[in-house]
Write a protein that binds this ligand. Structure first.
Ligand code: ATP
Length: 394
């Protein structure tokens, strides 16, 4: 994202469960831990002074083990749970301190929630389920039916509007839950372990579906998951929670390549790094030659004999690869570079992962990396790929 605009800003959020929040807060402020506070007061520190921002259009995953505080954090955002102290700004409005009437309006118009167990009304048809929020909002019958059908279609259930939820599989019911959340036109979707109840295959399908929809819709999505693979697959950024606090926030690659501590590192041990690390993030050098322009001698001097450089056209699209030795002879003999450069060379997009890139090294050439428009970004060597797939311990 070029210019991220904060959509949700959380400041010093604290949630204490129990009847002695003041005493518990006092203990927390003087350095008490979750365990010591529980022992002294019987109250649970659900969220331990958390501050962070979620950007507009971001798919933000809150990850952590059971009891780490994920649900509490996300339910504070739509005030299904009332925070003990702190601020939660949505589009600049502090929803931690609005009255219940305003909060209901916000839930109907700005923040929708998709639950793990679908949360569908069993006696209403699929379309009526999707229409529900629109009905509460006061939309007339025809308009809301049309909107419901549109949204069912967008999740691949256009033909299922008149059925009862019980005639649908788990995956399909979750799609209905998603269609219902989308139908409200809310900018923000809160998804609480939305895919956890599904079979692994259906679950992966739903993750892909969510990513596809998100490309079109650009919602701000806060997605709770206890599954690191899921978090790394779908998250633009991930917040990892422990004991009510956030241990680290980062992109999937940042968590893998720069884990904040041993806790994060232990999560990453089971992860397939090659699926997560993007080729664009390990670009080694970005020098190139533009066809038709002079070859600067200092560029040539800096290269080792075996090193390759990319030749691009006037639109910066790669058209060939040439190594230092060949280039030196081109300069010396003033010959045509297009006659000697390799034109059959491997090329990948910067956002492809290392798993895609690795097999392309069979040709013995370094990989050329381009952006979405096919413009040259840099070159990646096999040593860099290997180092990032299985880093040496140091
Ligand atoms: N209503 C409640 N009363 C007392 N303690 C609670 C309540 N709800 C949650 N807690 C406690 O707060 C802590 C955080 O719970 P929370 O449900 O937010 O964690 P979670 O990470 O979402 O866990 P899970 O993945 O199991 O849902 C836990 O220790 C939990 O026992």
């Amino acid at each position: 994202m070029n210019n991220p605009k904060p959509k949700i800003v959380i400041e010093n959020l604290i949630k204490i469960y129990g009847d002695k929040p003041h005493a518990a807060l006092k203990l927390f402020n003087s350095g008490g831990t979750r365990d010591s506070i529980l022992k002294a007061t019987g109250n649970v520190l659900g969220i331990a002074d958390v501050s962070f921002k979620i950007n507009e259009g971001e798919l933000f995953v809150v990850m952590g083990l059971s009891g780490s505080g994920k649900s509490t954090l996300v339910r504070c955002i739509n005030r299904l749970i009332n925070p003990t102290s702190g601020h939660i700004y949505i589009d600049g409005e502090d929803v931690a301190h609005v009255d219940e009437k305003r909060m209901r309006e916000i839930r109907l118009s700005k923040v929708s929630m998709v639950f793990q167990r679908f949360g569908l009304f069993p006696h209403k048809t699929v379309a009526e389920n999707v229409e529900y929020g629109l009905k509460v909002k006061g939309m007339d019958a025809e308009e809301r039916r049309q909107k419901a059908l549109e949204n069912l279609k967008s999740v691949g259930l256009g033909q299922w509007g008149d059925y009862l939820p019980s005639s649908l599989s788990g995956g399909m019911q979750q799609r209905v839950g998603l269609a219902r959340a989308l139908a409200t036109d809310a900018d923000i979707l809160l998804m609480d372990e939305a895919f956890s109840a599904l079979d692994p295959l259906i679950r992966r399908e739903m993750q892909d579906e969510l990513l596809r929809l998100q490309k079109e819709l650009h919602k701000t999505i806060v997605f709770i998951s206890h599954d690191i693979q899921e978090a790394l697959k779908i998250g633009d950024r991930i917040a990892v929670m422990k004991d009510g606090a956030i241990v680290q926030i980062g992109t999937p690659e940042e968590l893998i390549t720069q884990p904040a501590d041993d806790y994060i590192r232990s999560f990453m041990e089971e992860v397939n790094r090659a699926q997560v690390i993007k080729t664009g993030s390990i670009i080694r050098h970005t020098t190139f030659l533009v066809l038709g322009e002079d070859i600067p001698s200092e560029k040539l001097k800096k290269m080792s004999a075996e090193e390759y450089i990319c030749v691009v056209d006037s639109d910066r699209q790669p058209i060939g690869m040439v190594n230092q030795e060949t280039l030196a002879s081109v300069v010396q003999e003033q010959s045509d570079i297009t006659a000697v450069m390799e034109t059959d060379f491997p090329q990948v997009e910067a956002n492809s992962n290392l798993e895609t890139t690795f097999p392309l090294y069979q040709q013995g050439l370094p990989i050329t990396v381009v952006d979405e428009e096919g413009k040259f970004q840099g070159i990646v060597e096999i040593a860099d790929v290997l180092e990032n797939i299985s880093p040496s311990d140091n």
